[in-house]
Design a protein around this ligand. Structure first.
Ligand code: PMP
Length: 508
């Protein structure tokens, strides 16, 4: 337990954890859980190191914009570092990396510029260079920056050496993206744990390192040419379409004792098994190191001890093939559990529990059923729905996703509207919200919210509004009020309902 001065001080010192259920008998497999870094990945280490090295060298001025190409984790890590230190950040990212990464970076205050998937990793690096040059921004150059491998020598490797002091460590297994983790950790292990075999895993269909084919020289004006043996693979973050200089230097220095091919499907299966059987959420590149360990375990001497890097968390892959087969709806087994007791089911009517007989009701009007419409509020509602300045009025609840269907539709159609949020602070004094609700219930015959009016005429609730949009009656009502409305023909307004209303909740 400790109190830290900054989120950046919580980077590193990640736990090493034994796999109790996945490791075959006679082989011990440990994983180093880099998801425990504050930004959720191993790249936090490098992001802080690069920015602080640039500050120390005077290459990065206060307030100067930082730019970098990233498949996501570096961008998120840099966004965290730049948010804390106050630098604007632009991340360049190929469009095919998972969307949750972009949104995380933007949440952390960064700007994200996408590049076409067809231009691959080398394209996004070239774009970042172009932007840095044109605008005078500080380019991190993670693929070449000396701070990258250095921080892994100084932190990741030291942690491993300390954690395994006096213990056996036969294999250390990593992928290589920039190669910072591989080259940095390998250099220290070579010197201090010469018995540890260093394993670099790479996709079996893209044996860029295993082939021994050198990285082609960049074409004029470009940063890197795609390696001829590169093929697309699912292991985001490792094995880009070129041999990164740090990786190349590490291999040339003889740090890689073994280059282990890993099948994409096996990497995904291993990541899923880590989650379901060990309770460890890791990304696909972590699945790849564990898949490599499992295949090595079949050949390794009994009693072997392995350590796999898990560079990030599985939560970063919700929109990727890792989660493709994880359903959102109940499957047959879950439905059977649901049906095993009578209540709260989708396939049976709700069980009505009678109200306790003489229990005293609290004396608040918030109970809409009990509220009697009062004349003062009735005339207020009349004035609101007949206000010529605001012909489109909706009565809503502030945080009700169902209510949000109406503003989403109006925004989509470019129609101005007034939202009267009955449960907001503004309508709580004197129970005004509840009194207005009682008026609405008497007037519309429906106790539900939202209720939408156009020039004093009731359209109805969210689903009525969608139907009115589809059948043209909304356009008619708006037209009579002198408001033009582009048609609903080019999209299905029902798509604007909350997401939880869309899925089938019952399996066929
Ligand atoms: N896995 C993932 C998910 C990554 O984002 C990265 C970083 N690109 C790596 C592995 C590889 O780390 P390194 O850049 O240190 O080789």
């Amino acid at each position: 337990m400790a109190i830290y001065d900054s989120i950046l001080d919580t980077i590193g010192h990640t736990p090493v954890v034994r796999l109790n259920n996945l490791a075959p008998r006679g082989v011990e497999i440990f994983v180093k859980v880099e998801a425990r870094n504050p930004g959720g990945s191993v790249k936090d280490r490098m992001a802080r190191a690069i920015i602080e090295a640039a500050e120390a060298r005077g290459e990065l001025r206060p307030g100067q914009t930082v730019v970098e190409a990233s498949s996501g984790n570096t961008g998120i890590a840099l966004a965290m570092v730049c948010a804390q230190k106050g630098y604007p950040l632009v991340v360049v990212m190929a469009e095919n990396f998972s969307v949750e990464r972009r949104r995380l970076m933007r949440m952390l205050g960064a700007r994200v510029v996408l590049t076409p998937a067809a231009e691959k990793g080398s394209g996004m690096v070239a774009k970042a260079m172009e932007l840095a040059e044109a605008h005078g921004w500080y380019l991190c150059r993670q693929f070449e920056n000396e701070a990258n491998a250095r921080v892994h020598r100084e932190t990741t490797a030291r942690e491993i050496v300390v954690d395994f002091a006096g213990r056996r460590l036969d294999y250390w297994i990593s992928g290589a993206g920039t190669g910072g983790t591989f080259a940095g950790v390998a250099q220290v292990l070579r010197a201090e744990r010469p018995d540890t075999r260093i394993v670099v895993c790479e996709p079996d269909n893209a044996p860029v390192l295993a082939s021994g084919v050198p990285q082609p020289a960049p074409v004029a004006g470009g940063w890197a040419t795609s390696h001829p043996l590169f093929r697309p693979h699912p292991m985001q973050g490792i094995s880009p379409d070129f041999i990164a200089p740090i990786t190349g230097a590490g291999v040339a220095a003889g740090f890689a004792d073994l280059i282990e091919p890993v099948n994409g499907g096996r990497a995904l299966t291993a990541a899923r098994a880590l989650a379901a059987r060990e309770g460890i959420l890791a990304g696909i590149s972590g699945g790849a190191t564990v898949a490599a360990a499992l295949s090595l375990a079949e050949r390794a001497a009994p009693g072997s001890v392995m350590l796999c890097m898990l560079p990030d968390t599985g939560e970063r892959y919700l929109s990727t093939p890792l989660f493709a087969d994880i359903p959102a709806d109940m499957d047959a087994a879950e439905l059977e559990i649901s049906r095993s007791t009578p209540g709260f089911r989708f396939d049976a009517p709700a069980v009505v529990v009678p109200a306790p007989a003489a229990a005293a009701q609290p004396a608040v009007v918030a109970n809409v059923e009990a509220a009697v419409p009062d004349p003062e509020m009735a005339s207020w509602v009349d004035a609101a729905i007949h206000d010529p300045g605001e012909p489109v009025v909706m009565f809503a609840l502030e945080w009700c996703e169902f209510c949000w269907t109406a503003p989403r539709l109006f925004e989509r159609l470019g129609i101005r509207f007034r939202s009267i949020d009955l449960d907001s602070v503004a309508y709580q004094a004197g129970e005004r919200g509840a009194r207005i609700r009682a008026v609405l219930k008497a007037r519309t015959g429906s106790p539900t919210i939202p209720q939408v009016f156009v020039a004093g005429r009731l359209i109805g609730g969210a689903t009525d509004l969608i139907e009115a949009c589809r059948n043209g009656s909304l356009a008619r009502e708006l037209g009579q009020a002198g408001i033009a409305m582009p048609g609903c023909a080019d999209f299905d307004p029902a798509a604007l309902l909350p997401a939880w209303l869309h899925p089938r909740r019952t399996a066929a």
